[in-house]
Design a protein. Structure first.
Length: 87
């Protein structure tokens, strides 16, 4: 993201006055013990969660579960974008 914002600053004419990410430093993971292990739901666990959802939330939850979308990605979808992609 920093590189993209810096390109916006450096382009002529400049699209941004400054790069808000310029002084941001990413956290470092120095040891394997610091890394969190990924945990995935078993099919039975997902089925139980799915059955507990309200009907109007099931399509969105299923989309997220099957695609791996994050919340923002899934909620940004709209029919017009899907149609533009040939879906």
């Amino acid at each position: 993201m920093s590189a993209i914002l810096q390109s916006a600053v450096d382009t002529e004419p400049s699209l941004r006055a400054s790069n808000p990410c310029a002084k941001t430093r990413l956290p470092r993971l120095d040891g394997a013990e610091d890394e969190e292990e990924m945990v995935f739901l078993e099919r039975e666990e997902w089925a139980w969660i799915y059955e507990c959802l309200r009907d109007d939330a099931k399509d969105l939850a299923e989309t997220i579960a099957k695609t791996g979308f994050r919340w923002g990605e899934a909620t940004a979808l709209c029919a017009c974008r899907a149609a533009a992609c040939g879906a």
